[in-house]
Design a protein around this ligand. Structure first.
Ligand SMILES: Cc1cc2nc3c(=O)[nH]c(=O)nc-3n(C[C@H](O)[C@H](O)[C@H](O)COP(=O)(O)OP(=O)(O)OC[C@H]3O[C@@H](n4cnc5c(N)ncnc54)[C@H](O)[C@@H]3O)c2cc1C
Length: 285
């Protein structure tokens, strides 16, 4: 197991893969195969999301510990403060510390709207960063939002809060986006607030139009008109949409790395094929 701060300090590009805890045994088998398929790419780290207020919370712990113990990959745990008391969060973090987990992504979280959950004692992710810091010697990451976060009154507010949060953390991973300018604009704004910690861009290739539209809407990411125009002639041809999605993600990754991004974080949706294709296109193997 490696601390992500050490990997970042060593230089070179940081390549990471994100997974979510499956709900069924069949979906778990798919994830297991994905892990087998992606391990040979020797990612700098992988991460496992946390269902804020959901039913898969314990599974995050289980999967992170298993990846760290049973594979050569380093797994980071996502943790969200929404709907949790401080005592609960302290217990979860202590549990990770005792299991030897050294990397945590501290998040606000988006609990499902249909569940009536308690407010949670911490309001913002920055407070969780502080809680994780005082609970052990962890490398702590945070989320940042290039477009910006949908609940922010203005982009300047979000940039300022992101800078304050990242100043207390070790690195950030971004929400997905399709225009490199969003990423570079965010990094520049953070520098304007004197924050130069690594910001790893989050990459989500378009593999289906409907699926991407749904996710973009949920996360507050724009599915740009130029991209939709490019895909429109192929709306009834899923294979062509997928091919264009991979090409476009590859060229976005190139632009980001050429422009100085410290690495790439792939939202895998628990599948390996698209990530492997982009990885190979970029000559990262
Ligand atoms: C890489 C990545 C991984 C993610 N993983 C998960 C996951 O595992 N589980 C999950 O449920 N969700 C996950 N999310 C989604 C994330 O939880 C949501 O986007 C959530 O709404 C915001 O999280 P945050 O950590 O940015 O929160 P925060 O930093 O708390 O920000 C939330 C909002 O509050 C504002 N804000 C922050 N600080 C202040 C302040 N001091 N005063 C006023 N306003 C403030 C921000 O500008 C923003 O608008 C992930 C997102 C990313 C980018």
């Amino acid at each position: 197991m490696v601390k992500i701060t050490d990997t970042l300090a060593a230089g070179g590009h940081v390549i990471s893969f994100e997974f979510f805890p499956p709900r069924t045994d069949q979906a778990m088998a798919t994830l297991q195969q994905t892990l087998v398929d992606l391990e040979p790419l020797r990612p700098s780290f992988v991460s496992v999301t946390y269902g804020a207020g959901g039913t898969t919370r314990e599974r995050t712990h289980e999967i992170v510990v298993r990846i760290n113990r049973e594979t050569r990959m380093t797994a980071m745990a996502h943790l969200t403060c929404a709907a949790h008391t401080v005592a609960e969060l302290e217990e979860i973090v202590a549990h990770y510390r005792d299991a030897g987990v050294e990397n945590i992504l501290a998040l606000g979280g988006d609990p499902p709207r249909d569940l009536e959950l308690p407010e949670g004692e911490l309001r913002y992710a920055v407070e969780l960063v502080r809680l994780v810091r005082r609970s052990g010697d962890f490398a702590v990451g945070v989320a940042v939002h290039p477009e910006p976060h949908p609940r922010s009154p203005t982009i300047e507010d979000d940039r300022r809060h992101s800078a304050e949060k990242l100043a207390e953390a070790d690195f950030a991973i971004t929400q997905f986006f399709f225009d490199a300018d969003h990423y570079f604009g965010l990094v520049q704004a953070l520098r304007g607030h004197d924050v130069t910690k690594p910001v790893i861009p989050g990459i989500m290739p378009v593999l289906s139009i409907a699926g991407t539209k749904r996710m973009a809407e949920m996360q507050g990411s724009e599915f740009p008109d130029w991209y939709m125009e490019k895909l429109r002639p192929y709306e009834d041809d899923p294979e062509a949409v997928r091919r264009i999605g991979i090409e476009q993600a590859t060229s976005l990754c190139r632009e980001l790395l050429d422009g100085g991004a410290p690495g790439l974080h792939f939202y895998t949706l628990n599948r390996s094929t698209a990530t492997r294709e982009i990885h190979a296109n970029l000559g990262l193997s």
